[in-house]
Design a protein around this ligand. Structure first.
Ligand SMILES: C[S@@+](CC[C@H](N)C(=O)[O-])C[C@H]1O[C@@H](n2cnc3c(N)ncnc32)[C@H](O)[C@@H]1O
Length: 245
């Protein structure tokens, strides 16, 4: 798979089953959400956004931390359930937006991309990274959470998505974890205390992941103050097509 997954794919998915990823019922997802909220460095954010909010289960957890929170998703069917779930939170709003072709016209101090970036083609992923960087408030956080194993209909793995984001000079890592299917985590940096049950040394953790082949990764980023480095292609063309040697 190399093309971005389009709206029809997700509308069909939600038409077939209202909770296709078992967000409402899975103990694994519940533990992951608990971890996701626990590693947020601040108690409160003014304006949050969850890109690819689906039926709003993680959104309802993030709502505890945000004065205002916008959940965006490509699927109207998913958003109908998200709106119903989060009706009790006056600061939570939803919009049908297809990233990176569209993006809300405002800035955010908490930006969450959880289980979404591996659906984008390489080109759309690059554009989405730019949209997110351009709408990020100074002093805020960007949280990435993605499933690690290869999935046949994903364009990239979770690791590839996170590594590319970490190579982007506009961001620096505040905190990173790799967690296995039982939500046991390896902490990789930063001083944030996570509320997961246990943290493992590298070798122990790697053998757990190797055994199960399953797990996810969380990376908390903040703006570095540096600008985006132009791509190699851009550098090549901006220098001109001098091929004379
Ligand atoms: C696996 S769910 C993740 C839900 C939630 N963020 C979580 O971690 O529990 C991914 C969601 O991203 C949405 N999505 C996929 N491509 C998108 C795009 N280009 N723009 C906005 N949302 C998109 C899908 O409709 C789906 O609901």
């Amino acid at each position: 798979m190399s093309e971005t997954l389009r709206r029809d794919f997700f509308e069909d998915l939600y038409a077939r089953t209202p909770d296709p990823f078992d967000f409402e019922t899975s103990a694994y997802e519940a533990a992951k959400y608990q971890h996701t909220v626990a590693i947020l460095p601040r108690d409160r954010y003014q304006q949050g956004i969850e890109v690819g909010c689906s039926i709003g289960v993680l959104t309802s957890r993030l709502a505890e931390k945000c004065d205002q929170l916008l959940g965006i998703d490509i699927s109207e069917r998913a958003l109908e359930r998200a709106r119903a779930r989060c009706a009790e939170f006056p600061g939570v709003n939803f919009a049908r937006i297809s990233v990176p072709d569209e993006f809300p016209d405002q800035d955010f101090d908490l930006m969450v991309a959880s289980e979404v970036a591996y659906y984008w083609s390489i080109e759309d992923f690059t554009r989405a990274k730019d949209q997110i960087a351009d709408h990020h408030m100074a002093g805020g956080h960007l949280l990435l959470v993605h499933w690690l194993p290869v999935v046949d209909y994903h364009v990239q793995t979770g690791d590839a998505v996170h590594e590319t984001w970490l190579e982007d000079a506009r961001w620096r890592l505040v905190h990173g974890d790799r967690c296995d299917r039982d939500n046991l985590c390896l902490r990789r940096g930063g001083g944030i205390k996570a509320s997961t049950q246990a943290c493992f040394e590298n070798s122990q953790f790697d053998s757990r992941i190797a055994k199960s082949g399953q797990g996810y990764r969380s990376d908390m980023l903040e703006k570095s103050g540096q600008r985006r480095q132009p791509s190699l292609l851009h550098q090549f063309f901006s220098r001109g097509l001098d091929v004379s040697g």
